[in-house]
Ligand binder design. Structure first.
Ligand SMILES: Nc1nc2c(ncn2[C@@H]2O[C@H](COP(=O)(O)OP(=O)(O)OP(=O)(O)O)[C@@H](O)[C@H]2O)c(=O)[nH]1
Length: 301
């Protein structure tokens, strides 16, 4: 007799930069979540969907949990907590090289309020000596009753299949929530805005903080589906940031546009006409209305 089909939702949490997007991409085998070596690139939840003959795991890539510094931070933190209590499994990712830090204690305090089973995933083991790994694991084990502790490397792939085996064990019996060829339920618009944001962060290095947002004003395919017309606004907090993003003679914005356009074309499979604008709006992060516009708060609330 064949095993029953299992399915469920797994939330990926951890401090910024521990490798959540890298792990999600490794498991799903393609670029869905946005990767960057900078903190806080993933703002919204991204559902990555992993389907085999035996199971379907819907991954929720929550934004890095951290002490809120402004209104946006509070909203993100509240969203993350709500998510953790809804899911079947919480995957708490840490960076083996960075070791234990205050940010992790903050998350562990959160976990005390969560009923879902929690795995500790010790990532980036390719960067540490095995002798340093055991004391680190002992330290975390003393802080929280993790159901499983799995050292792995999201980048190189070590132990990722073991992680998937353990996830399977903990999943409840359930239906296929999504068709098996679907890997994300996120609207293309969101992925497009994240791709543009990623390019800006990559090209401007540390000159532009993470306080930028990209809003897609228009995204329309022409009748024959050969060309997609996209207009997007990059929101910054200060005129100096606007200057950096536009660059000398518009060079930087042009570069951002070219790189983003190529990836968007690959994503949607048609030619893209991309127009970018930059707008200064001080303290947009603190404005409730703006948060709603960006989709961080439900309009119904
Ligand atoms: N050496 C090594 N580097 C890794 C590993 N996993 C992730 N990284 C690197 O760590 C950096 C951050 O990875 P991300 O996947 O963007 O981290 P994240 O947790 O999604 O970050 P946020 O979106 O900011 O929360 C990138 O430069 C990755 O290449 C790993 O297993 N080994």
């Amino acid at each position: 007799m064949s095993e029953p089909f299992k399915s469920g939702f797994a939330a990926l949490i951890g401090r910024p930069n521990v490798g959540k997007s890298t792990l999600l991409n490794r498991v799903l085998g393609q670029k869905i979540a946005i990767m960057s070596d900078k903190a806080q690139t993933t703002r919204n939840k991204i559902h990555g969907i992993y389907t085999t003959d035996q199971e379907q795991v819907v991954f929720i890539d929550t934004p890095g949990i951290h002490k809120p510094k402004h209104r946006l931070g509070e909203v993100m933190t509240a969203m993350a907590l709500a998510t953790l209590n809804e899911v079947d499994l919480v995957l708490f990712l840490i960076d083996a090289e960075q070791g234990y830090g205050k940010g992790d204690q903050y998350i562990i305090d959160f976990l005390a309020k969560v009923d879902s089973p929690v795995f500790l995933l010790v990532n980036k083991i390719d960067k540490v000596h095995p002798d340093d790994l055991l004391p680190l694991i002992d330290k975390y084990r003393s802080l929280y009753p993790f159901k499983e502790i799995i050292p792995l490397s999201a980048l190189q792939g070590q132990n990722v299949s073991r992680l998937m085996q353990q996830i399977h064990i903990y999943l409840p019996e359930g239906p296929k929530y999504y068709p098996e060829d679907q890997v994300t339920d996120h609207p293309e618009r969101f992925i497009v805005s994240e791709l543009i944001r990623e390019k800006i962060l990559q090209l401007t290095r540390d000159e532009v903080p993470h306080s930028i947002a990209v809003v897609i004003d228009k995204m329309k395919q022409n009748e024959h589906g050969h060309l997609c017309d996209i207009q997007a606004t990059i929101m910054v907090e200060r005129p100096s940031q606007k200057g950096i993003i536009i660059g000398k003679g518009g060079q930087m914005l042009k570069k951002v546009g070219t790189l983003a356009r190529k990836e968007i074309e690959a994503l949607i499979g048609s030619k893209v006409f991309l127009e970018l604008w930059v707008k200064v709006d001080q303290n947009w992060r603190d404005k409730e209305e703006e948060l709603k516009n960006f989709g961080y708060i439900d309009r119904e609330e």
